[in-house]
Design a protein around this ligand. Sequence first.
Ligand SMILES: [Zn+2]
Length: 566
Amino acid sequence: MGCMRSRLLVLAAVALLSMPRGSVSPKPRIGVLDYRFVVTLSESSDTIAVDAYVTFERSPGGPDTLSLDLIGMTVDSVGYTNAMWTNYVPYSDTARAKVKRFAPVRSSYDGRVLRIPLGKPSTASPSVRQNYAQVAISYHGVPQDGLIEGTNAHGHRVVFADNWPERARFWLATVDRPGDKARVSFVVHAPRSWKVVSNGVQPFLEQPHEPGRWWWSTHEPIPTYTMVIGAGEFTVSQHRPVINGRDTIPLEVWTYPEDSAFADSVPFRRATEIVEVMQRLIAPFPYEKLAHVQSSTKFGGMENSSAIFYAEKPYVDRTMGEGVVRHETAHQWFGDAVTERDWPHLWLSEGFATYFDGVIGAALDGDSVLVNSMRANAAAYFKSDVTDRPIVDSGYAADPIKLLNANSYPKGAWVLHMLRGTIGDSAFFRGLRTYYTTYRDSTATSEDFQRVIEKEARTNLGWFFHQWLYQPGYPQLDVTWQYDAGARKVVLGITQRQKPEWGLFRLPALTLEFRVANGATVRRDVAVSGDNRETSVRVDLPFAPAEVRVDPDGKLLLRVTAIGRR
Ligand SMILES: [Zn+2]
């Protein structure tokens, strides 16, 4: 999601909603492979009707019930289908009619979870081939959340999904957890004057699209929190596509007609270049197209896979800049293609997107963009109320909204920046590329990331990840110094003054800058072991310094609380 500032404004509103809680659980032994949703929207009513086709894989000895999250809908029917999961497309009414459903499955639904008994794989129905099966569920109702229906800033009716973190279940029957990615197709029936955008591409059709009927489909599995549709009146502009060998990735900007010229010329002016920077640094764009969509998301921006939604107000106010576009675009690699396996590892998504906002900015406009962005990240973290908590924070696992905080975002970005400083650019980017290709279209934890980085850097970084991901806080240093003219050395005392609960920090390369009498500066790196609260170091220096500065380039997330001559 986009900048935290815009997000904080909505937290209060979100907190009022009945957030599903406690749904974090181990990886199930029923894995959904593919969702196909046929959604009927109305111009005059908020009631939606959905046919959901869920194809899943059962592992031997797995549960005998498929449990789908679905809140507040009326379930009309549940049955197995006779469709092969590989080739069945519920696009047209004819195709849907051909899908025979077997005698209704005796499912149970308590308004929150739909439980579908599965029987034995070999006898349940002819559709159960090997360990795959498909169920079809018809339901209808007015979504209490997740699918937001209403009027946009210009007074026109629009419908937008807004699923993060576990709000897909208010309108989509899903295993609604970040660790359970699946492919998704949407067939959407909408008023004829509307356009509908979603994840993936519009598949090849033997007959052209019928007016008012839209079909989008992904080839890659994506998290349920990014499975979205957006529907309303849009102007769609095509920006220069990204060309990767034989692949052409269309780059589209979907905007309310009133805001289209602004969007194309200001925030999305360099939308293609932003993707190209990420491709140079990491890997080819992970999806078939990229649409940047103006929407009524609660968040400043929401990184839905291949269909990013942005809050409408900054368009209307003409205040929207490029930073949120860089952030959300970076998420397509980190967060969408490689997804945090569970919420406590959210920094793998938000810390990366926050860092790459600055990294892409630096690639386009010079290094000072990253320097300024890291300075702002440090300031945001220092003044936050989460410095007593670690980044990987299982205390908030059941309430992921609380993880939209300064640990996941700016401190997460700092972890990457300091890791880069510790192992060097080459090992850092090689490590990120290996991490990305290893976990693409899958999920990862912080431990997975650490393992890949340690291998690429050929060094044990347990101390680094432990102190920055699992310890709270940051180093606060008191530095005293005096010059020993006889030995021609500066003698320094460095004391870690942070709260004892934060623990001590190891700083193997703390840069000190000495301004000597003629105004020249000399730099020396010293090591702070982190074994003791106080470190004493002696640094060769031929002249007495007039001033000492700590970490002059701002390479570390630390604060100097006092510095002076002893
Ligand atoms: Zn984000």
